[in-house]
Each structure stands twice: as structure tokens, then as C-alpha cells.
Design a protein. Sequence first.
Length: 395
Amino acid sequence: MASNGICDRVAIVGMGCTAFGEHWDKGVNEMLVESSNEAMASAGITADDIDAYWLGTMGNLSGLTLSEPLKIQYKPVTHVENFCATGSEALRNAAYAVASGAYDCVMAIGVEKLKDSGYSGLVGSGATVTDGAVPTTTAPAKFSMLAPAYYKKYGLDPEKGREVLSRIAHKNHANGAKNPKAQFQKEVSMERITNSPKVAGQLGIMDCSGVSDGSAAAIVVRAEDAHKYTDKPMYIKALSFIAGPAEGPLSQEYDFTTFPEVVSSAEDAYKQAGVTNPRDQISMAEVHDCFTPTELVLYEDLGFSARGEGWQDVLDGTFELDGKLPVNPDGGLKSFGHPIGASGLRMQYEMWLQFRGEAGDRQIDSPKLGLTHNLGGQPGRCVSFVSIVGSERSN
Ligand code: COA
């Protein structure tokens, strides 16, 4: 695959993120203003300094969704959408625009207000609630199939598998409990997770990410200009976006223990960033834990664990905050919910805080390289985004 990448050519010099949760008192406009104001303030700039904007949000038809609330004065605003990886797609396009030389300073911003839209994981994939006469499968049902497939392939006793999934949820809630911007800020016991009411297949409520509102934003400039804005820029090492052929649902052979799209985007990103051993070289990762078995499969698809060994790594504490490779230090989708356009940028926000030493009780010791992974769609029919960011510029 030909992907030249833009390693170390652009940097993030400011970020903002609203608290995620049920914002009955705020609309999309208020959240966009809040995250963009925080991002501009952290970069020490005003709207006059921004040349162009990329907005990630679902179902809106134009850039006016952003230009109106921010009162943007006759500048380009591009609306992008790519399933649940929409926020990451906004950042990717914004970064490429700066790398091309077209603009000096741009903003990538994502937003979603899901709570009062009626959206729920238990609504079928065709967005509206039906009368039950039309068969649909829900997001939890689609992802629930990963768990038994994984157990069968690797001979894992389902009870042990249950413990592994509960450990993943437990870890993410424990991290979220240390995060003042998370939707759920409480630790949840293993017992409560394991016995939570079933939603689909073997997945209980506590295996699912929540539903929330939120917005996050990033200011992107050329790497050589980064120190004009901040003493601690975050350099973009790799951005990879892969769309699969969507053949999974049509095939009896589809293997629910891997997302080929993730494998492909990870390989591409590692090549761009010069990473040869992700388990040793990546200091921390934010991954798309829409459901607990998704996170289990991602460990292996991203090369953090050998095939069939991710479950053992979970039990060994490899991905805990104090483990070898902390995954979802901010609490992940499990603690933040998943306001679609915002999630990819929320993941970058945690990288930003960690590199700056501003992650409070969640702080990881001297991180060098961080990875974010954003998935859109369902097993067998999805898009995948992987980014690698770092605290130092190597060229
Ligand atoms: N994890 C942890 N706690 C959750 C939760 C979750 N996923 N969902 C809800 N809760 C908590 C709420 O905070 C609330 O707690 P409280 O009573 O202490 O305030 C309680 O459970 C009930 O909340 P409610 O909003 O009524 O839950 P719900 O039954 O409407 O929603 C789910 C539960 C699982 C259906 C919902 O979280 C969901 O749809 N998740 C999946 C989202 C999804 O599919 N996203 C797409 C990813 S690809």
C-alpha cells in the first residue's frame, strides 16, 4: 500500500474538550463554542489566526453547523463524516491541509448531541425504531459475536472469558473515575460488571459504552512553527484511514476474532511512524472500546498482544494504568460514552494532556509515543483509523 505519510510535518498546539455526558442544558452550538474556545486559548490564539476548519459530526449537511455558532468570518469550513471515526477523519484532513502548505493554522473539531436524539445502542442499525416487523440487529448484538468466536478459536473457557471482559470494563471505569471530564466517574466492581443485565448475547450493560453528548477540538500548525504557540507541541507521526470491502456480513467464513481493517490501518500507521515493535515502542493508547470484546480483539489487531494471548495480557494487568502499555487511560468510550463526531478528538485530547504532564491522577510516566484507534461500522463492514503522536520531533 502506498502511503507516504506526513511524519513530523505537522503538530497539534492547542486542544479543548467539553465534559462528556448528558448535557440537557447545552446544545451543539454551546458545546462547539466551549471546545473551540478552550483549544484556541491553549494555543494562545484567536479566531482571526485560524485559516480553515474541519468539522466532524453525523448527519449535518454543511460547514454552517460550525460557522454559525462560532461566527466564522468568511473562511473555509469543511464538514466530514466517516461513521464512528468521524472526529479522527476531521483531524486527518485538517493535518493534510497544513502539510500541503495550503494553510498555516487550522482547527479540527468534532461534536455530537446524542442523548436527546433518542439514539441508543438498542435501536437497530437503521437509525429509527421500527414496529418490530422488520428484522434488525443492534450494535451490541453485532459486536457481541466477537466474544464466543474468540473463546472458541483460542479454547478459552467462557467463564474465564467473562472474567477477561469484566477486567477490561473494570480498568476503563477505574481510569474514568480519575477523569473529571468523563460521563461515568465511578469505579464499578467486578461483581457488578459480571452480573449486569444482558443486552445482547453474552454482553451486559457494563460491557457497553454509554450514550453521551460532547465536543473536542484541536489546533494544527506546521511542525516548524509549533513552538511559536506552545512549549509542548504534540507531533503527528502517522495518520491512517482504511475502508474495508464490507464483505463480512455476506460471508459464512468471516472470522469474528479480527478486524482486517484495523490490522491494515495499524500496519500503515506503524510504517509511517517507523514503529517496528508496537508493544515496546508505544507508551499509551486510546482505543475504540465500544464494547469490551472489541477492546480485546484490538489488542491483537494493533500488535500489542500476540494472537490468542490478549486475554492473558488482560489478566496480567498489561493494559492497566500502571501496566506495561496503558490502554484507555482517560476511561475510554466505556467512561466517556461515544458522541460520534467528538470521540476521535477526545482520544487525542488525552494524548495531549498526558504528553504535557497534565493528566492528574491518571498521569503516565514520561510517555514518548501515543496511539489512538477509532473504529466505524461493525465487524466485517467497517472503517478504521489509527494515529500515532509523539512529544518529540525526530527530523
Ligand atoms: N455503562 C455504564 N453505566 C451505564 C451505561 C453503560 N454503558 N449505560 C447506562 N449506564 C448507567 C447510567 O448512568 C444510569 O445509572 P444511574 O441510574 O446510577 O444514573 C443507569 O445505568 C441507567 O441509565 P440509562 O440511560 O437508563 O441506561 P439505558 O438502559 O438507557 O442504556 C445501554 C443502557 C446499554 C442500552 C446504553 O448505554 C447503550 O445503548 N450503549 C451502547 C451504545 C452503542 O451501541 N454505541 C455504538 C457503539 S458502536
